[in-house]
Structures are given as structure tokens and as C-alpha cells.
Design a protein around this ligand. Sequence first.
Ligand code: NAP
Length: 461
Amino acid sequence: MTRPFRVAVVGAGPAGIYAGNILRTRAAEAGIETRIDLFESLPAPYGLIRYGVAPDHPRIKGIVTSLHDMLAEGSVRLIGNVEVGADITVDELQSLYHAVVFATGAQRDTAFDLPGAGLKGSFGAADFVSWYDGHPDVPRHWPLEAEQIAVLGNGNVALDVARVLAKHPADLLTTDIPDNVHAGLAASPVTDVHVFGRRGPEDIKFTPIELRELGEVPGVDIVLYDEDFGRAADETTGERRAAGNQAKVMARILQSWRDREPSGAPRRLHLHFWHRPAEILGDDAVSGIRFERTEPDGRGGIAGTGEYREYDVQAVYRAIGYRGTPVRDVPFDEAAGVIPNDGGRVLEDGVPVPGLYATGWIKRGPVGLIGHTKGDAGETIEKLLEDHAELAASERPGEEAVTEFLEGRGVRYTTWEGWLALDEHERALGEGFAGDVVRERIKVVPRDEQVAISNREVIVR
Ligand code: NAP
């Protein structure tokens, strides 16, 4: 009799779901019977899609439909509200499964040692994104008191943060934003959001669709500055500009905004380039920010010009990259913020740790769009299946063992059926909204409430 190959995937975001689904398909093709459990630290699945993608990005949120289908198929069992490394250790997990795949993503802001970064009003984008996406583990209230705001970084997260800050909240009501987020944004006095890139317009890491939509936000004027364009272009700039269609499209978008007359809208979104942050100013709260102007160094990088500029702002958001967090007892590369690995096999001191794998942003760092994690998962699963015979040689207990273990430890885990109940509940809240817009859903934020609804417990208020 062949025993099923038992695999735990940790993290029910896109990376974990793709990994589970690819494993299921490829193992079946290879005639290997699998039992796959997908662990998630939050009560609900979908990771970055539920808690990282901006609420006004329904196109990207739509990826949920295919992820839903993968989980609804039934071969991958969801076990939510379980923190691996706390509720169950990696050793305990390994005693129950032949292999463990970490797909825990990158959820924190990268470190930033700029003077003044600790002042009140200086925020990491990851925290703000968690707040506006209703993550249960961040405070419900976000201090939106600034009229002028600086956003640092020229990647898509900076665009998300700047757009959500500048957008008129009525335009967000049709999304899945929680009520506390809508109320917070509605009270914001913001008039000007300034986005700063340390390099030039040719070096932006935005993508064309995301950049274009910035110019379509109602009641917000885009402001560009002539001084940032046509700066002593060096040879490398030319190469970069010619490098791809995306760059050309984005150059055209920026040019169209430069040609546009401001409409006199009540809010403005400014894009500045060649500004390297030097210091966040203020006594105990942010009152301004100082930059050094930069220029091309002729080798594809930037050099400081010695000219400094200060802007009056009362809040600074840094969107300069995410970073993975370690899982207890799993090797971690502190410098890179990833689990060290070779094509997905977890390495300790350069040597593969039997039965441990990584995929997604925790494997390769926080770069790339959601679709890229599919290829990544393919590579990791290939390695896992190469190791199958060796891993499957020892026996593991049946599939009830893990749920009995969690129950014994008093962990209130959630299930796929529980998610369907929560999903239905949130949609019903949206339908029950009495205003004159259609709200797709209203997210439930507190963890306890999510668990109670998922597990159909009676909520006592
Ligand atoms: P990113 O694309 O790597 O952009 C990071 C930005 O921060 C870059 O402009 C970088 O400038 C800048 N930066 C880094 N260190 C800095 C410093 N010390 N001072 C000033 N600027 C600094 O990262 P991300 O925006 O966090 O996005 C992560 C990934 O998620 C990306 O692949 C992104 O496309 C994707 N994403 C997609 C969407 C979407 O809507 N499609 C939304 C969010 C995120 P340099 O270029 O000079 O290093």
C-alpha cells in the first residue's frame, strides 16, 4: 500500500496557493498521491491580495477568483488562524508532514536609517497598506492629520499609497474598504501629496497601467516639474529609455501630464524626480523633509549635486521596499530578508535542510508582480518532487493528526468552509449598506470577529 505524500504549505497568499495547486497537479501526473495542507496565520486566505493590493484595484483583486477555484477544488485543505513557529513549531510540523513549503511573503517595511525617520508622522508604507486593507493586527485608527504629505519611492507601492492618500474617499466607497478606513480617509485634510524619486523619470519602477490610472483620479491634479526632465541625459539613460516599450509608454504618460493644464482641483499629486532623501525634519513630529538633488553619474547611477531642498510636510510615508520576516527555527538571511535557498530548497550554512522549501517573496525577495510567483512555485515544486522518494520513505500520521494537535493546544483554527461563511457575511454587509452606492463587500477587521464568523460561533458584544 502506498502512503500519501503529506506536504504543509505555510502562507495562503498567491505564492502558497500556486505552490499547493502546482504540487497537486504535478504529483498526480507523476502518480504520487498527496495530502496538502495550507496553513495561514490570518483567519482568511489570499494574503497579499486581501491585505496588500489597494482596495481600488479590482482588476488585481480579481486574481482571487482563480485562487478561490484552486482551493474550492478540494485537494488543498486550508487551516487558518495558525501561526507556524508559535501555535505549532516547525519541528512539530515536520513530524506531521514529509515536507514543508514556506510561502510567507514579505510583509514588513525595509529598514530606513534616515535621520528623523523615528519622528511622529513618519510611516512605513507596509503599515499604512495594512491599515487601509483592514489587516486585523494593526490599530483601527490611522492619524491622517497632514495637509502636505511626502511619499518616498518610485515603485508601485508608492503609487498605491499616494493614490489612496490623495483620492476623495467617496471614490473608494464602492470597494471592499472597512468602515473605519472610509471614516479615517473622509476626515483627512490633505491637499498635496508629493511623491519623490531619488533617480530620474527614466528610472521609475512604476508599471504603465498603474501610472496611467494616477492621472484619472477624479478631483486630483497631477503636477510635474520641468526642472526634472531633460537633465543631462547620459548614455545609460538613453539605453534605459530605449530598453523597453514599458519605458516608452510611461515617458508618453508623463509627457501628456506635462502638456495638461491644471484643472484647479482641490487636491494635487506632485511627482518629483532627482530627490534623494537627506533628513526628515521636526522636533517630535514631522514638520518637513530635506532632499539632496541628484544627477546622473554617467555610469547608470546617481550622484549628489550638493544642492539641498526642503519641503513643508507634516507626514512622510516611505515606500522603498518590503522585507520578509523570519519564521522561528527556519534559516533566515538577515541582510536580504529572505529564507536562503537553492531554487527553493532551504539552505542552512549552504547545505539543503531535508524537507524544507521556500517559494514566493520569502524565497526571492519582494520584487515582481503576483503572476511571477507562479513560475517561482513551479521551480520549488520541481525540487520537492525530485526529493519525493527520499522524503516519503518515512511514515507520517494521518490527516486528522494535525487538527487533533491544534485542538489539543486550544488553537481556534479556521477552515475553507469557515472562509466561505466569512466571505458571505462580508458580502451581505456590503449589500446591506444603506447609501446610494453599491459596496461589493465590507471587510470584517478584528481577528476574533473573523474567527467567530468563520466558525459560526455566537458573537457576544
Ligand atoms: P520597488 O518597485 O522595488 O520600488 C522601490 C522604490 O523605492 C524604488 O523607486 C527605489 O528607488 C526606491 N528606494 C529604495 N531605497 C530608497 C532610499 N533609501 N531612498 C529613496 N528611495 C529608495 O518596490 P515596491 O514599490 O515596494 O513594490 C514591490 C513589488 O510589488 C514590485 O514588483 C511592484 O511592481 C509590485 N506591486 C505592484 C502593484 C500593482 O498595482 N501592480 C502594487 C504594489 C506593488 P531605486 O529604483 O533608485 O532603487
